[in-house]
Design a protein. Structure first.
Length: 576
């Protein structure tokens, strides 16, 4: 079992999400709907010590390897004893990484030597830990592939559905929900010899209880049963624990023992909170440092899944991402950021902030901002406003556009999770395996440097990893010399350090006079009869200098460049 490091050198949780299949793929053929032979596929071995060192250098302590677990796909690995999948129930040639086919195995696409795929994963964990990084992988508890068959489960593990009573809709200890006297009808139109037959039909992963789900449903997956009767709504009975609970605990324990440090739990809100309360307790009784991150979209469940479910962190798409996107697109004023944190007051330390992940459109795509630089003020605010985790998606730091028509994914501003493909900017950063970026153009190199500077700042400055927050917008609400449509400002402080952050979300340089109320200075342990100077740690602005009394009255003046955010480290001096 790989040995975990307990002395990881990090203070702030920054997650770099890697879509493993694409990260290391040097093949640039990029044929529409291409096979793995035509378009190639990244391997776990491509995530080398050099790659991990380059990631660590960006101020990143956590890596989320997305798509590690074996899932349904159209590539034929039957010569290795892996069953073939029908195109009727696979999205794209490469398949969705969230249609799990074997919870105990590694996806064969990711291995250079398919029979040795688990050893290659264990070596990846060891390399990652040796680089000073922690390992996060996906846990997909709500659904699995329509054809699930484990050939790697430990002795004594029984596959899902083997002992189910499939002549009833619901049984507490069934793993699946059934639609008796019906046959599954795939919405995919495939002319293939391996047509999928399923009788009786099972409920589909997105709670679709029909034998004929639509093309917009998660038709390639089957909903797992955690003891809730969705058909007749009979009272739930979780004592003793349903069989699916026990199976999922075994799976989590299996990967934890491999050396995995945390789990990003897919669609956690579709699984009852009682299960999470039980599971997190079971796991932490043996592995207390394991991290659980929940993909949550229902904001009404935030409290319950944190304080009852036991999650360390939750996605905050519906508040932070959605509102920040509106601000970046000019649809909402910068002052709405105050609403973001007020909506989640007392909870924001539990929330994971991001502007890209595998589900969302790329910032630089034509569907979002069209330019990765335009998101810099949003990323700076996300990384500096509180002490909570922040995440970015591989290629985001290079300005990856996501404007390819790869196949099943289509031209949608996202980087495909269904197709075999090669990303030009990632290949240029890789630069023949040394990750020095010499093949990148200046725009991508400079953008990457900004991301690196930002995340290293969050690790190196105590005000950003354990400091307090003070929103300055209330004091400037009626300030005619501070444009709250375009600008947002706040303090982060400890007894030893005070940082002033000013973000400009507009496409033009903006002059301002910012008021620092006496209460803000006092809260940070500063005196308004002192003289202040502040160097910009982000290096976007010149050093600011002002007397405290000027700041508390009319406000001190400055200018901030378009699409930028400055992090000023304030120093005070008493001048007689």
């Amino acid at each position: 079992m790989p040995e975990k490091q307990n002395d990881m050198d990090y203070r702030r949780m920054v997650i770099y999400q890697i879509f493993t299949r694409l990260f290391g793929n040097a093949n640039q053929t990029n044929k529409l709907n291409g096979t793995i032979e035509e378009n190639g596929c990244g391997k776990m071995n491509d995530i080398t010590s050099e790659a991990l060192a380059a990631i660590k250098k960006m101020g990143v302590p956590h890596v989320w390897f997305t798509g590690i677990i074996e899932h349904a796909q159209q590539t034929d690995y039957s010569k290795y004893g892996i069953s073939k999948d029908s195109p009727d129930v696979v999205k794209g040639k490469a398949g969705s990484p969230y249609a799990i086919k074997d919870y105990y195995d590694i996806d064969p696409d990711l291995a250079e030597d398919v029979p040795n795929r688990m050893a290659e994963f264990e070596a990846l964990i060891k390399r990652t830990h040796n680089a000073g990084l922690k390992v996060i992988i996906d846990f997909v508890p709500n659904h699995l592939a329509r054809y699930y068959k484990s050939d790697a489960a430990p002795e004594g593990i029984v596959d899902f559905g083997i002992n189910d009573n499939n002549i009833v809709n619901f049984d507490k200890n069934n793993n699946f929900y059934y639609l008796p006297d019906s046959n599954f009808v795939s919405p995919a139109k495939n002319d293939n010899k391996e047509s999928w037959f399923e009788s009786p039909a099972k409920a589909t992963g997105n709670n679709c209880f029909k034998e004929n789900p639509s093309i917009y449903d998660w038709y390639e997956t089957v909903k797992l049963n955690y003891g809730i009767d969705y058909v007749t709504n009979t009272p739930s009975d979780f004592t003793p624990e349903p069989d699916t609970w026990l199976k999922m605990r075994d799976i989590i324990m299996y990967w934890t023992k491999k050396g995995v440090d945390g789990f990003r739990c897919d669609m956690a809100e579709m699984v009852p909170v009682e299960f999470w309360q039980w599971l997190t307790g079971e796991v932490r009784s043996k592995f207390p440092e394991i991290c659980f991150i929940a993909e949550i979209y229902d904001t009404n469940l935030y409290n319950e899944y944190i304080f009852k479910g036991g999650f360390d962190y939750l996605y905050d798409k519906m508040f932070f991402y959605d509102m920040m996107r509106n601000i970046l697109e000019g649809k909402s004023p910068a002052s709405d950021i105050t609403k973001i944190w007020q909506f989640t007051d007392k909870l924001h330390h539990f929330l994971l902030y991001f502007l890209e992940n595998h589900d969302e459109q790329r910032i630089a795509s034509d569907f979002f901002l069209g330019d990765g630089w335009k998101a810099i003020p949003g990323m700076v605010v996300a990384a500096t406003m509180f002490n909570n985790p922040v995440m970015f998606y591989f290629g985001q730091e290079l300005g990856e556009k996501g404007m390819d028509n790869e196949g099943f994914s289509g031209l949608d501003g996202r980087t495909t999770i269904f197709d075999y493909w090669g990303l030009k900017l990632m290949n240029q950063w890789r630069s023949k395996g040394n990750y020095n970026g010499k093949m990148l153009d200046k725009n991508s190199l400079d953008l990457q440097e900004i991301y690196s500077r930002l995340f290293n700042i969050t690790q190196e400055n105590e005000a950003l990893y354990k400091g307090r927050f003070y929103d300055l917008m209330w004091a400037n609400e009626n300030n005619p010399n501070f444009d709250s449509e375009k600008l947002y400002s706040f303090l982060r402080y400890t007894n030893e350090q005070t940082l002033l952050i000013i973000a400009n979300f507009s496409g033009e340089d903006v002059s301002y006079k910012l008021k620092l109320p006496s209460h803000a200075l006092q809260s940070a342990g500063l005196n308004n009869d002192h003289f202040f100077s502040g160097a910009d740690l982000m290096k976007f602005s010149k050093t600011i200098q002002f007397p405290g009394e000027l700041a508390t009255n009319g406000g001190f003046g400055g200018k901030i460049k378009k699409h930028c955010a400055s992090v000023f480290e304030l120093k005070s001096f008493f001048v007689q």
